[in-house]
Design a protein around this ligand. Structure first.
Ligand SMILES: Nc1ncnc2c1ncn2[C@@H]1O[C@H](COP(=O)(O)OP(=O)(O)O)[C@@H](O)[C@H]1O
Ligand SMILES: [Mg+2]
Length: 585
């Protein structure tokens, strides 16, 4: 085992001299407590490492031992339903309850293994070996890990085994025998291989109208969610964890204040999966790295999270990864860089901030797995720019790697307009891929209607500025009409409370009905204005109140009320246009 001696320590960063061979990103164990760390730089006889645990008490002369392996985490059936630190060491549900110093991986756990094949069969990476069932009764696939293929020499019969125990031996082409267990290690900074990356084709459906209908994210896509303090990032991440139609949720709480993370740790495990009625935690895994935990572990945590997410993707599952917040992660990167004495770039961040963000976001994909299944990994990263300034480096660099941008706006949040996503600062580059989805849900005119809504909202901003100068009543009827339609779209459609029993989730069918209804209102009212109906008479139609409130009044259970509303609306406009003086009805 390679060995080095510490010469210098500053917080989580240390230098050590050695005559042995170390590698970049190699895991190391530091000092008598064998604190976990990673080699981040090598200069002749000196290595520089970052420690993932509190280094107080370490002194020059203490030893550093190389692991011979890159920093890795243990992937296997023991992950789901649990809470881990940034290096996938189990945490109990009480925060502040630290892992034991020097502890490397979760202790072995027992699972019921049921083989799916026999000795003599050939396997390749991704082949199904069998299933592992834990004490909770949840069954997960056990696959042949990447890089192993050949003939099965021996496979265990059904029974209870520890997850690290060999349950199968595979003889490869060279004749060497490879042991396979239910769990295997994987280096966190190395993307897991796939057969093929596929184009995205369907949305990650979230049940949130402003996302699905206006700024949709494709399954396997990447989204950023920047917003100042209190604009609703955490609430939105939690809402997505609960309602998005992924099979698996990986939630990484990265450096947010302890009490906020405690909220998530308390909320998520208590929630019920709305689709199955089972605990949401069964398909969720939380990685918690609050600001009171060691800074370097925070840097590693998002790679750990994406590695775990890829592991489930490789099982042919739809995975979504929520990171809250990538700004706290970038600050950890900055702190370590500062300790290394690197030349600071914009706002003190190291020059490699951008490429590190790319390393993370580029691991989102829609793929054909090694086993030939279809899996996807979508990444949604929250960004908390200081003073909500979107021109700061983390936001601007993130923008280069995401196709979907959900800009949370402080003014909207202050007005308690939720979700506070600003319709003019946000965008989605995934629209073209998703037309078929809406077509299948009887919403063939989705792209036009969406564009129509966005045009209205853009005009609204311009007209409101004008109205502030000349007064709203001084605007010509057509412009007052635009303002009215935009308000209806905002209140009746975009606004959606995460806390409303009726409205916190909106199905594709309900989204389509609401959008169609509002579009019909826009058409009818436009025709009325053309036929010289006074704007004030449209503006005082009782139907407006019902349209404005339909999100809260008409739930999933009473969809037929949309039809009633539509008939009443058609009749109201028919009555208006009939009564225009001088016109023959
Ligand atoms: N979608 C929403 N529906 C209803 N209320 C919301 C929503 N989003 C945010 N809020 C309100 O705003 C508060 C702050 O949100 P939070 O997610 O903690 O902000 P951030 O993480 O951006 O600092 C929440 O406690 C909640 O009262
Ligand atoms: Mg937050």
């Amino acid at each position: 085992m390679s060995e080095a001696r510490i010469t210098w320590i500053s917080g989580p960063v240390l230098r050590a001299t050695t005559d042995d061979v170390f590698h970049i990103n190699e895991a190391v164990f530091v000092g008598a407590n064998r604190l976990l760390g990673e080699v981040i730089r090598i200069e002749q006889n000196t290595i520089v490492a970052q420690a993932y645990e509190d280094t107080s008490g370490l002194r020059p002369g203490d030893t550093v031992h190389g692991d011979g392996m890159p920093l890795s985490v243990k992937l296997g059936p023991a992950l789901l339903g649990n809470i881990f630190d940034g290096l996938l060491r189990p945490l109990t549900r009480e925060l502040g309850d630290y892992v034991q110093p020097g502890m490397k991986a979760p202790p072995p756990q027992v699972f019921e293994f049921a083989p799916a094949l026999q000795a003599g069969e050939t396997v390749r990476p991704g082949s199904v070996l069998g299933s592992a069932t834990g004490s909770g009764g949840l069954s997960q696939a056990v696959l042949v890990p990447p890089h192993i293929s050949g003939t099965v020499v021996e496979i265990s019969g059904p029974g209870q085994y520890q997850d690290e125990q060999t349950i199968c031996t595979v003889r490869d082409e060279s004749g060497a025998e490879q042991p396979v267990a239910m769990s295997h290690p994987w280096p966190i900074r190395e993307p897991r291989p796939v057969t093929q990356r596929l184009p995205t084709s369907r949305p990650l459906f979230t049940g949130q109208r402003i996302l699905d209908s206006i700024f949709p994210l494709a399954c396997g896509g990447r989204a950023a969610m920047p917003g100042g303090f209190g604009t609703g990032k955490t609430v939105l991440q939690e809402t997505l964890s609960k309602w998005c139609d992924a099979d698996i949720i990986v939630y990484v709480g990265c450096g947010e204040r302890g009490n906020e993370m405690a909220g998530v740790l308390h909320d998520l495990p208590a929630l019920e999966d709305p689709r199955t009625g089972r605990p949401l935690m069964e398909r969720t895994l939380i990685i918690a790295n609050t600001s009171n935990m060691p800074v370097a572990a925070r840097e590693a945590s998002i790679y750990t999270a994406v590695t775990v997410a890829e592991y489930f993707r490789d099982q042919g599952l739809r995975v979504s990864l929520m990171a809250d917040s990538t700004s706290r992660w970038a600050e950890a990167l900055r702190e370590v860089s500062g300790r290394l004495g690197e030349i600071p770039g914009e706002a003190g961040y190291p020059a490699y901030l951008s490429s590190r963000l790319a390393d993370f976001y580029e691991r989102a994909a829609n793929v054909r797995t090694l086993g030939g299944e279809h899996g996807s990994l979508s990444i949604i990263g929250a960004v908390s720019p200081p003073s909500a300034d979107f021109s700061e480096p983390v936001t601007t660099h993130t923008k280069r790697y995401v196709r979907v941008f959900w800009a949370l706006d402080s003014t909207r949040a202050q007005a308690r307009f939720y979700p506070a996503i600003h319709p003019l600062q946000s965008y989605s580059g995934d629209i073209g891929d998703l037309v078929d989805f809406w077509q299948e849900h009887n919403h063939p005119h989705w792209p036009e209607q969406r564009r129509r809504f966005l045009t209205l909202l853009a005009e609204q901003t311009r007209l409101e500025r004008m109205a502030r100068i000349v007064g709203k009543d001084a605007l010509p009827p057509r412009q007052q009409h635009i303002l009215l339609c935009a308000e209806l779209v905002s209140d009746g459609f975009l606004r959606q409370s995460a806390y409303s029993e009726i409205d916190r989730y909106c199905s594709p069918a309900r989204q389509a009905r609401m959008m169609q209804l509002l579009t019909r209102f826009i058409e009818l009212s436009e025709q009325a204005i053309e036929q010289k109906v006074e704007f004030e008479r449209i503006n005082t139609l009782p139907i407006l109140r019902r349209l404005r409130r339909m999100n809260e009044d008409i739930g999933e259970q009473d969809m037929e009320q949309f039809e009633t509303l539509r008939t009443d609306m058609e009749n109201a406009f028919a009555a208006l246009t009939k009564q225009v003086p001088g016109r023959v009805g």
